[in-house]
Design a protein around this ligand. Structure first.
Ligand SMILES: Nc1ncnc2c1ncn2[C@@H]1O[C@H](COP(=O)(O)OP(=O)(O)OP(=O)(O)O)[C@@H](O)[C@H]1O
Ligand SMILES: [Mg+2]
Length: 372
């Protein structure tokens, strides 16, 4: 055996990848497994490299046929779905993965195996879609809001002038009262539109005020504000990873973003809060975690923080689940559908992103923010 071939340092660039990569011989002997592989298998590299790849797959026959075929040059690469078994983690279900088997440079006794977690793939696709959607709608919303804003001042001014003209001594007292009501409606509705448009434009108007931010201080502030509003029947748990470092950001904006998410959760729990069931109370959990090697949009970060806002409410209504980050999408009476758009914009202004997983009984909004 060529000792250089076995030297893992030749493969170390694979450690930079977020997907699992292994280099094996046709008989399954593992020559190298990258860092992502170790993480998923929760085995040390030595242990991974001492084992045989075929022991880890539910349908090892198919994999070994493919590896042999690729090694024999029957085809240069092949892909299929498989189940990865982790026998050292018996409590974990087998992991659905997409397997790509390819030839290594002119080598007949080395084959490259890439594994992509199906869940990871779907999640990444969804994240990229969300970012694209948000980007596309942001521009449209901003332009539209500006177009609406300009004539509003004129309409309001004209309605005010009209109100001044509607004097009892010129048109009679009864008509004057009736018409005054109309002008009031116009002014009131204009004001409502004005504040809607202001909220649409808000995230783009203020320059960021950047300082040192502590995520837990933000969570505590939001928790306090929410508990003032819901003093009874709502439990707000916290589960903080206090090793998370401070980072640079706009504290007030981030409070606003987290508050919007927590308020939504509280609103979704309103019925449960009213029921005040002591056994199974309405609950929001604020959880922080470190994440390594995360991809946000198209950028890769070595370190990031994840803030999860989880609630045990009914879940996001299925018919709007794909669109909740769009402006003006609301599933709530009286909702303006701007809270999450604003939160997403703020997360993005911090190079981060916001996404959501929801089913009845468990809704999880996750804000990922890169750390220095
Ligand atoms: N935790 C949650 N559980 C269930 N549904 C949710 C949750 N968070 C958001 N939603 C749904 O997503 C919709 C959009 O939320 P968003 O905050 O953007 O707007 P809104 O709350 O309707 O209005 P506002 O602009 O006042 O925040 C909500 O109307 C609600 O239907
Ligand atoms: Mg909201």
């Amino acid at each position: 055996m060529n000792p250089l071939r076995r030297d893992p340092s030749g493969f170390e660039a694979f450690d930079m990848l977020a997907t699992m990569v292994a280099v094996v011989r046709p008989d399954g002997e593992c020559l190298f497994a990258n860092a992502a592989f170790e993480n998923v298998m929760r085995l040390s590299r030595r242990a991974v490299e001492r084992s045989n790849l075929y022991d880890w797959f539910a349908d090892a026959g198919r994999l070994s046929d493919t590896v042999t075929g690729v090694a024999r040059n029957a085809y240069s690469s092949s892909r299929f779905d498989a189940l990865l078994r982790r026998s050292n983690l018996p409590q974990e279900l087998p992991l659905p993965v997409h397997v790509i088997v390819s030839q290594m440079d002119n080598s007949e006794d080395q084959v490259l195996i890439e594994l992509i977690e199906n869940a990871q793939q779907t999640r990444q696709d969804r994240e990229e879609r969300t970012l694209d959607q948000v980007q596309a709608t942001k521009e449209l919303t901003r332009n539209l809001a500006h177009e609406i804003k300009n004539p509003l001042g004129g309409i309001r001014g004209a309605a005010q002038l009209l109100a001044l003209e509607l004097q009892p001594n010129t048109i009679g007292p009864e008509l004057s009262v009736e018409l005054a009501e109309y002008t009031e409606v116009i002014i009131h509705e204009v004001d409502r539109l004005q504040s809607l448009v202001d909220r649409l434009l808000a995230p783009h108007r203020h320059a960021q005020v950047v300082g040192d931010v502590n995520i837990h201080e933000i969570c505590e502030r939001v928790r306090q504000l929410t508990l003032v509003e819901y003093p009874r029947g709502l439990l707000i748990k916290r589960d903080y990873d206090i090793s998370l470092p401070d980072f640079r950001g706009d504290r007030e904006q981030l409070i606003q973003a987290v508050l919007n998410i927590v308020q939504n959760a509280a609103q979704a729990l309103q019925q449960r809060i009213a029921d005040a069931d002591a056994q199974d109370p309405a609950c929001i959990a604020l959880r922080t975690r470190v994440a390594r090697q995360v991809t946000i949009g198209k950028q890769r970060w070595r370190l990031a923080l994840e803030l999860h806002v989880e609630d045990n409410g009914p879940g996001v209504p299925a018919e709007i689940r794909d669109r909740i980050f769009y402006p003006l999408v609301s599933g709530r009476d009286g909702g303006s559908g701007l809270g999450l758009t604003l939160a997403q914009t703020i997360a993005q202004q911090h190079q981060g992103m916001l996404d959501c997983e929801s089913e009845p009984g468990r809704t999880d909004f996750r804000m990922t923010l890169p750390l220095p």
